[in-house]
Design a protein around this ligand. Structure first.
Ligand SMILES: *[C@@H]1O[C@H](CO)[C@@H](O)[C@H](O)[C@H]1NC(C)=O
Ligand SMILES: *[C@@H]1O[C@H](CO)[C@@H](O)[C@H](O)[C@H]1NC(C)=O
Ligand SMILES: *[C@@H]1O[C@H](CO)[C@@H](O)[C@H](O)[C@H]1NC(C)=O
Length: 298
C-alpha cells in the first residue's frame, strides 16, 4: 500500500506537477520578454509621475529635445518626474546592428520589446509600458502616456494632479465620449465592421496624452489578456476601462489637454498640460521661454 503511494507520487504526481509549474513559468517568461529595460530603481527612488513616450527608431532628434525639456528628470513641488521611451524593433534585418544601439546604451531610458514597430502596433507598445509599470514600477503614483510630437507642461500637470488629490481610479486626458468608428477606407483610422461592429466606441481619451493612477495601469494590464486586440491604441484603452467600469474624468474645469495648433504665449502655455503637433525646435523654444519667464505675472 505504502509502496503504491510512493510509486504514484514519483511517477505520476510529481511529473504532472513539474509540467504544470514549467508551463506557468514559461508563460511568465513570455510575458516578461523585454529587450531593453531602463535604468530605473522605482523601489529605491519612487517617482510621482512616469511619462511613457511612444517613439520610433528614426526619431532621435525629437527624443533629444524631449530629454532636454519636459522629459528631463526633475523634482516638481518635491515630486519626482521621470520619462521613458517605448520602442519596438525596427524592420532592419537582425544581422545588422541596431542603428540606435549607441543611443540605447547611452541614455538607458528605453523600454523595448521584440515586435514590429508600426503604427498599428501602438496597442502592443502601450501595453508593454503598462506591463513595465506593473512589474518594475508599481511605486509610482501616476503615469502619462504620450507621444513625441507633443509639448507637455509637466509643471502644470503635477500641480493639477496634486490639487485633484485622487490617487486611485483616475483616468484623464482629452475626453472623447461620443466617437464613432471611421468607415472610410482611405482614412488612417479606418475600421471595418469585422474589426468593430458597433456604431460608437466606448468613452476614451485621445492617445496624444492621457494620465492615470498606478492602480488603473495594473488593472488595464491584467484585463488586457481578456480584451481582444484592437489596433487603435486609445480606443483599446477605452474598451479596457469600459470592462473595468472606470469612468473618465476631467483634470480641470478648463480644457488643459489641447489637440490643435496654438500660437505661443507664456500665459496660455502655463495653463495647458499637453499640446499636440509640436516640432522638436518648437518644443525647445517653448520650454525655454516658459523657464525664463517663471517669475513674470500673467
Ligand atoms: C506587430 O508586431 C508583430 C510582432 O512583431 C508582427 O507579427 C505584426 O505583423 C505587427 N503588426 C503590424 C500591423 O505591423
Ligand atoms: C487628499 O485626500 C486625502 C483623502 O483622500 C485627504 O486625507 C488629504 O487631506 C487630501 N490632501 C489634500 C492636500 O487635500
Ligand atoms: C459600475 O459603475 C456604476 C457607477 O459608475 C455602478 O453603478 C455599477 O454598480 C458598477 N458596476 C460594477 C460591475 O462594478
Amino acid at each position: 500500500m505504502a509502496r503504491k503511494k510512493v510509486i504514484f507520487v514519483t511517477f505520476l504526481l510529481f511529473p504532472c506537477l513539474s509540467m504544470i509549474a514549467f508551463f506557468m513559468y514559461n508563460d511568465g517568461l513570455k510575458r516578461n520578454n523585454f529587450k531593453k529595460l531602463p535604468e530605473a530603481n522605482c523601489k529605491q527612488n519612487p517617482p510621482y509621475l512616469v511619462l511613457l513616450v511612444t517613439t520610433a527608431h528614426d526619431q532621435k532628434k525629437v527624443r533629444m529635445a524631449i530629454r532636454n525639456t519636459w522629459g528631463k528628470e526633475r523634482l516638481i513641488h518635491g515630486k519626482r518626474v521621470v520619462t521613458y521611451f517605448l520602442l519596438g524593433t525596427s524592420s532592419t534585418p537582425s544581422t545588422e546592428e541596431d542603428p540606435i544601439s549607441e543611443e540605447l546604451n547611452t541614455y538607458k531610458d528605453f523600454i523595448q520589446k521584440d515586435f514590429r514597430d508600426t503604427y498599428y502596433n501602438l496597442t502592443l507598445k502601450t501595453l508593454m509600458g503598462l506591463e513595465w509599470v506593473t512589474q518594475y514600477c508599481p511605486q509610482t503614483h501616476y503615469i502619462m502616456k504620450t507621444d513625441t510630437d507633443m509639448f507637455v507642461n509637466t509643471f502644470y500637470l503635477v500641480e493639477l494632479l496634486m490639487r485633484k488629490n485622487q490617487t486611485s481610479n483616475l483616468f484623464t486626458g482629452f475626453l472623447k465620449l461620443n466617437d464613432a468608428p471611421i468607415r472610410d477606407v482611405r482614412s488612417k483610422w479606418y475600421i471595418s465592421r469585422k474589426e468593430y461592429d458597433g456604431d460608437k466606441y466606448p468613452p476614451f481619451c485621445s492617445g496624444t496624452g492621457y494620465v492615470f493612477s498606478v492602480d488603473v495601469a495594473q488593472r488595464i494590464y491584467k484585463i488586457s489578456f481578456s480584451v481582444p486586440f484592437f489596433k487603435l491604441e486609445d480606443v483599446y484603452m477605452g474598451m479596457c476601462l469600459d470592462k473595468l467600469n472606470i469612468t473618465l474624468q476631467e483634470l480641470h474645469q478648463k480644457r488643459v489637454f489641447l489637440l490643435s495648433k496654438h500660437t505661443f504665449s507664456v500665459c496660455a502655455f502655463r495653463n495647458l498640460v499637453t499640446l499636440h503637433g509640436v516640432q522638436p525646435q518648437k518644443i525647445t523654444l517653448y520650454w525655454d521661454a516658459l523657464q525664463r519667464t517663471q517669475d513674470e505675472r500673467c
